[in-house]
Design a binder for this molecule. Sequence first.
Ligand code: HEC
Ligand code: HEC
Ligand code: HEC
Ligand code: HEC
Ligand code: HEC
Ligand code: HEC
Length: 512
Amino acid sequence: MTEDTQRVDPLRDHPPVSQNLIRNPISLIGLALAGVAVANIVLLVLIDVLASRSSPYIGVLAYMVAPGFLVLGLILVPIGLVIERRRRLRAVGVPPHFPRFDLNNPAQRSTFAFLLSFVVIFALVSSVGSYKAYEFTDSVDFCGQLCHTVMHPEFTAYEASPHARVACVECHVGSGASWYVKSKLSGMRQVYYTALGTYPRPIPTPVHNLRPAQQTCEQCHWPRKFWGAQLKTFTHYGDDEQNTPRVLRMLMKVGGGDPRLGQAGEGIHWHMNIANKVTYIASDEQRQVIPWVRIEDKNGRVAEYLAKDASLTQAQIDKADKRRMDCIDCHNRPSHIYVPPDASVDQAITGRAIDATLPFIKQQGVAVLTADYKTSDEAQNAIATTITKFYQDKYPQIASAKADSVKGAVVELQRIYSTTFFPYMKVNWKTHPNNIGHMYYQGCFRCHDGNHVSKDGKVISKDCNSCHTVMDQQESGTQIAAVPAQTFKHPVDIGDLTGVNCSDCHSGGVGP
Ligand code: HEC
Ligand code: HEC
Ligand code: HEC
Ligand code: HEC
Ligand code: HEC
Ligand code: HEC
């Protein structure tokens, strides 16, 4: 080194400064942290891969918590190095400055090569890791099970629905980065509410940030494929001693999706006919009361219908929020179906999970399910004691001769309760109306009630044959209508069917 050299080379002048820099507490803690994190990731990923049904908590630890600690550890290492180097330079009286690299120096060259390959490998591994994290936060486990109690009703109903194999995110997020980010931001808010326990019970519906159905449902259900009709069977049991069976078969006119496959204005999916535009105003949060409807069809015909009992002024109509009708306005429960007790007991009897020969079992089953319970445990106990006691008191012979049937009915009713009633989240069939049909809820009759009239006197049809045709109707195995029947014959005479609201009597709970 010559006299005129301006800068000192501390690496050469003070070799101890750069030797074993890593031996400082911060870097060592960082290394230890990273080491433990790597070991945990390896172990957890192994468990996640090998377990037949992995727990969502393993996923959170493996793909979110442990990598977080790994990154923290890896950040601490260089911070420790820098602080340690400055400390040593200060100790030998040299002002702090950046180290100089010399790739001609073999030792430094191999350090550099090591660092470079580490960065490349880490980048590769962490991109796989972030993909796994992305996949994981989109999984049904993450959405449905992590928030255990909060999402319990939605998850339970989902598992019993036609969409049990469709991931939550297919309907709630869809594809594309912007909806992903939007949903994760709102998810973070929800995690926060959950942690504080301040989430609303039940979780409110409609979901205002639900993605438009064109971008979710229509990815799998192509609207143009809706045409023709589908046969559907409805089976009920009366609340008399015989549990009188009533079977109804109807052709549901599900067509209308494509004007080329049938007349426009024909069939239920007519609303979805690409060129038809139905918009409406709802006066309640759950969109159950619809005073105003507007239609603009593909020929440019416009009609506005106002409910006869609505008190909306033109100014209020102009100002109100209007919603364009899509799949969700009818199929609002494609996946979270809280079946009314009347229907779930019917299903159980049809499926022979409940013995149809037990007297009054339909009536008693619905009554015991619908009673007011504070907790699920209370309900489960009450179902067992009430049903058993009913047969012991009223039908002692049956109670002993058909003890197994009574026991079976209790088990099935308990199962129905635990999968359709969620007292903790205040969720049951009454809190989440299903808009398909009109038996237990207003559904189609929100508009098709024969009460929505346009200025020129046209009415949104309540004609019993516009949506379905009765093919066959039986009571206790006997035809009660001409075959093929045109319209439904109500089991009890209630006068003109177009003049009533079915859900006024058919509440889904105790009653008809
Ligand atoms: C087939 C589509 C679909 C799937 C799959 C699906 N959902 Fe939904 N979800 C909906 C629709 C539609 C609504 C109601 C939207 C409305 O009325 O605005 C809804 C509503 C909800 C609500 C609001 C409360 C309620 O019951 O209305 C929650 C919470 C929810 N879903 C969670 C989930 C979770 C968790 C999963 C996965 C386990 C899931 N969803 C899977 C379509 C779906
Ligand atoms: C990832 C694909 C996928 C998405 C997204 C999807 N579905 Fe489905 N859906 C299916 C499949 C598959 C079936 C058939 C299930 C079966 O036959 O049991 C089905 C069945 C249905 C049925 C018939 C139900 C029944 O009782 O048989 C309706 C109605 C329906 N879907 C509506 C919707 C609506 C509304 C949405 C949007 C909220 C939606 N689907 C989103 C795949 C999907
Ligand atoms: C006007 C209300 C309404 C709208 C809007 C609507 N549907 Fe339907 N959909 C029905 C009814 C009613 C049925 C008959 C099902 C029944 O009786 O259970 C049905 C049946 C279906 C079925 C099963 C039958 C079949 O032909 O495969 C699917 C799938 C379906 N709808 C999907 C959709 C999708 C996707 C959309 C949005 C593009 C949509 N629906 C819009 C009322 C509607
Ligand atoms: C938001 C209001 C609204 C709801 C809810 C609604 N519809 Fe409609 N629907 C209309 C309007 C408006 C028309 C067209 C009336 C016209 O021709 O001007 C229509 C027409 C129809 C048609 C055409 C055939 C005809 O004869 O009028 C069918 C079928 C139909 N709807 C079935 C259903 C079914 C099934 C449901 C329930 C699942 C339902 N709609 C729910 C507003 C609604
Ligand atoms: C706007 C369309 C529409 C009109 C108008 C209509 N229905 Fe329906 N109805 C439906 C749909 C959709 C279902 C299927 C519900 C389901 O799949 O659960 C249904 C179901 C039914 C059922 C079976 C209910 C059950 O759960 O057993 C009966 C009975 C019935 N309708 C009778 C009538 C009568 C009577 C009228 C005339 C006053 C009428 N409907 C008018 C759409 C309509
Ligand atoms: C004034 C009250 C009332 C109205 C309104 C009413 N129903 Fe009923 N409904 C009854 C009674 C009572 C029974 C017999 C119940 C029994 O035997 O358990 C019944 C039975 C039925 C059944 C047989 C199911 C069963 O539980 O045995 C069907 C299906 C039905 N009604 C459909 C409808 C439809 C569709 C409408 C609307 C068009 C309607 N009802 C309107 C009172 C009513």
